[in-house]
Every structure is written in C-alpha cells, then in structure tokens.
Design a protein around this ligand. Structure first.
Ligand code: BT5
Length: 325
C-alpha cells in the first residue's frame, strides 16, 4: 500500500465530516493534486465513503466498517504489532498463512488478516465458520523468548486483550471460558487458537489466531451454530467498526505483552481471573483423550493450567480440554 494513500486516509479520518481542500492535503504530504485525486479514487473504490465537492475539497462522510489494509493501518496505536500487515480479501485460513510466513522468517508482530476464510479452523481440526465481511479473522505472529510450557499463558493474555478491546469499542462486557472462548450469555463470540513453532525446548514463533463474530446476522450462522454462537451486532443491534476493534486488540495486547515479558504472568493471571466465567463452579472437562472429569474449577496455576478438584479432593491439572459449565 502506498504510504501517501495511507496518510491521506488518516487525514480524512482525523477530520471526519469536515472538508479538506486538495491543496491542503498536497501541502501537508508534499505531493501533487493529481496524485491526491488518484489516491482518493482508489480509496473510494475500496469502499470508503468520500465526498468530493468543487472548491471545498474532500470529506469522509461515514466511518467505514469496511475492512482493508488502509483502514486497519490508518489509526494503529501500537509501536510494533500489526505494522507488518498482510491483508487478504479471502484466504483458506489466516492461521495457515501465518505458519508459512513464520517459517519464512516473518518479523515479530506480523499480522495476517482476511475478510473471509474458506477453511478457517479451530482446535483439533474443527472448523471455524468465517463468512465474508462479517467478522475478524486474524493471526498474529510473535517471537517471545519463553519456554514451551509457558505458551498457554499467551492464550489467556490474548483473551484479556480481546475482552478489553470489545468493551472499549462496543461497550459489551464478555466473559472468558477457559481456555480459549469468549462468551456472552453462554454464546461464543470469539475463539482463540494458539499454536507454536518450536525447536527442542525453544519457541521459534507463536501464532495466535483470533476469530470474532462482529457484524454477522443470525442467518449467517449454520443451524448447528445458531444456539451456541452470537455476534456482537446481535447483542447491540448495530454494526461495529472492525478496523477499530482490531486496532484496540493490538493496543491492549501490546501493553499486556510488554508487562508479561518484563514482569511475568502474575498481573495477567489476576486480570484473567477477573473475567473468568467458570472459576469456583462445578464444571465438566472433556479432555483430548475423551475422558470427562467433573469437578470444582479452583483456578489456574502460574502457567495457565486449569486446576480441577474432584470430589475425592484430588486436584487435576488440565492442560487442554473442552469445558462445560
Ligand atoms: C476455537 O476452536 O475456538 C479457535 C477458533 C480460532 C479461529 C481463528 S480465525 C483466524 C484464525 N485462522 C483460522 O483458521 N483459525 C483462527 P475450538 O475451541 O476448537 O472451537 C471450534 C468450535 O466452535 C467448532 O467446532 C464449532 O462448534 C464452533 N464454531 C465454529 N465457528 C464458529 C463461529 N464463527 N462462532 C462461534 N463458534 C464457532
């Protein structure tokens, strides 16, 4: 994406609903009026609603919920995360794409975003429904210097960042179901998939996939998901600005992640617990092996592992499972 186009977009967003003259834009950016005009045409083609009125100039009329590279980059508030952005209208899976990029040495903080996934995936090879234009389907590549067993902590850190971002932008207060679901009234709004590339005991890259139902209507979900899934729009009755939510997730993630790298997991753990839905409750944990353990969710340990106490007083350490509350 051209830097100039991105800067024009930023100027228009910063002066939403005011006219900016072509001359003013040229003076600020040091380019010709023809160049400005061409970039504006491109932005209009990408779906931005920009008026152009003779003698007044250009004006952005409505916040765009449209997802594009320019839209995501225009108000990014992070130092590092997301600046190396790979945006695609459609991909089989952002997670798969991020794995390839990470193997090829993609920088720490690289973000892959798609407006649609044809074969989005969840844990254990499950499908993740990701229709065009309705959600956030993205994968973040990070390269922390941590031990393998610490990686579940990053799923929990991500959940906190996502819950905070949803609240900031939409006002909705979701809760977290260990390990990777963000729910509202028992319905899944967001799923998180954390995967690694490692060599011996050393983490080479962690790929964090986030799938969020933002502007989907009930009709957009297949029947088997209608009872279990919901979008933010279905909760608030209005459309939400996906680029703003992505920017907020990255901002919160970066803050929490820096705290985590400098001070460890303790603060993240406390924050996570404040949003957790299942702690102190009787739950069922279905493990990957297919066993179901019923017990009291006592909390998480310092590594992010769930502690489940069965009737006989044994505390089981649950590394991976599906939970029913
Ligand atoms: C997850 O798996 O919740 C992790 C989902 C991660 C998706 C992101 S999107 C960007 C990136 N690229 C990818 O290809 N994946 C990641 P799990 O806990 O296994 O839950 C999967 C289950 O959630 C499915 O079996 C369905 O029951 C349900 N499900 C599928 N699509 C859904 C949706 N859009 N909303 C809510 N629930 C859904």
């Amino acid at each position: 994406l051209s830097k100039t186009k991105n800067r024009i977009l930023k100027m228009l967003v910063d002066h939403q609903n005011e006219y900016l003259s072509g001359q003013k834009i040229c003076d600020c950016l040091g380019c010709s009026r023809t160049a400005v005009w061409k970039h504006i045409k491109d932005l209009q083609k990408e779906g931005f609603k920009i008026d152009s009125v003779q003698k007044k100039g250009y004006r952005m009329t409505a916040p765009s919920h449209h997802l594009s590279e320019a839209n995501i980059l225009s108000s990014l508030k992070t130092k590092k995360l997301g600046h190396n952005l790979k945006f695609h209208e459609t991909l089989p899976s952002t997670q798969k794409e991020a794995h390839h990029l990470a193997e090829d040495g993609a920088a720490d903080g690289t973000l892959v975003v798609a407006d649609e996934q044809s074969t989005g995936r969840g844990r254990l090879g499950r499908e993740w429904h990701s229709p065009m234009g309705t959600g956030i389907w993205m994968s973040l590549i990070i390269r922390p210097d941590i031990a393998l067993h610490q990686t579940p902590q990053l799923t929990l850190l991500t959940s906190v960042a996502v819950v905070k971002a949803i609240h900031d932008i939409t006002g909705v207060e979701c809760g977290i179901k260990w390990p990777n679901d963000i729910l509202y009234n028992g319905k899944k709004i967001v799923g998180i998939l954390t995967e690694l590339q490692a060599e011996a005991s050393h983490v080479k890259a962690i790929i964090i996939g986030i799938g969020m139902n933002v502007n989907a209507d009930a009709a957009d979900f297949p029947d088997e998901l209608k009872k279990r899934a919901a979008s933010i729009k279905s909760l608030t009755g209005r459309e939400h600005d996906r680029p703003a939510i992505i920017q907020a997730i990255l901002k919160h993630f970066e803050l929490l992640y820096n705290t985590y790298l400098e001070e460890g997991f303790e603060i993240i753990k406390l924050l996570w617990e404040s949003y957790a839905l299942s702690l102190g409750k009787e739950i069922y944990a279905r493990t990957v092996k297919g066993d179901t353990i019923k017990g009291l969710a006592k909390g998480i340990d310092d590594e992010g592992v769930l502690l489940l106490e069965t009737r006989d007083g044994t505390v089981h350490h649950i590394y991976s499972a599906d939970i029913e509350i």
